[in-house]
Design a protein around this ligand. Sequence first.
Ligand SMILES: [Zn+2]
Length: 303
Amino acid sequence: MGHAFGTAEVLDSLRHVIQCPACGGALEGDGPLVCTDCGAQYGFTDTGNLDLRLGEPKQVHVDLVVGEMRQAPYEFSVGQRARPVGAVIPPEVVPASFGPLLDSYVPPAPTPDAIAVDIGCGPELGRRMLEAAGWNYVGLDIEHPDCPLFGDVHAMPFRDDSIGLVLAAATVEEWAYRLVGLKEVRRVLTPGGHFIGTTGFLLPDCGDQHRSTVRGLANLFGDAGLTAPKIMAAPGYTGYDAISEIAGFPRAFRLGKAVAWLPKSASRAWWGVGRLLDQRSSSETWHRRIGGAWTFVSRAPES
Ligand SMILES: [Zn+2]
């Protein structure tokens, strides 16, 4: 089904932040857009999406240091909300798939022209949530027809230091090269800009590519030059729940939830006994080992 976007409108609202994804050059014109440096051309798809994806594959170099312990700092907790439900963002504009924590970590926009990018936005899932916090919303998706702007996280069509907030809800696990994408997030963020999102841990195969432990996720953020993340588990949401609800009993969510209840509750009780004997058997440790998904909060460095 065709989706006619106001193509000129979309382009006008983005013109001051976009750049050539291939070389970083300036884009001129009204469609086709032409890169003033490499001559690459960009236009609109048949369904009216502004298409700033790479026209052809691009070689990317990532420098890494080996031979030392990879132990980037982070904080882990069983998620506390940063503020009460509804304090800044009305609960009805928060998609259930974002989980119970993420919206509370959306910072209010610092200025009226501040931009938030929603990576892998699909049908602009995060729009109403981010607009409620005062952000100018830009959804970016590799191919979802209901997203006005097509682009690739590995070569984002945004200028350096131009974006105040990047949202990545359940998408990092889909990126072919997560470190490349995270370095792009770091590049486009303003100094001190915010990076928030969710990613799966003990989930079944949902057609995506990656899962990370807390340690692995923290190291990725460190490698990308992002600040030490806060990584949070949603209270009580474990791999038992995720696997049973999503894959164990497809199309029978309530049955899956019910089936997961017994092993989850038994495990929690067993750990409760352990906690009487050993303080290290904490609820944090339990969630860290069998959490279903993580919510993360990080930033670009201030300078
Ligand atoms: Zn170019």
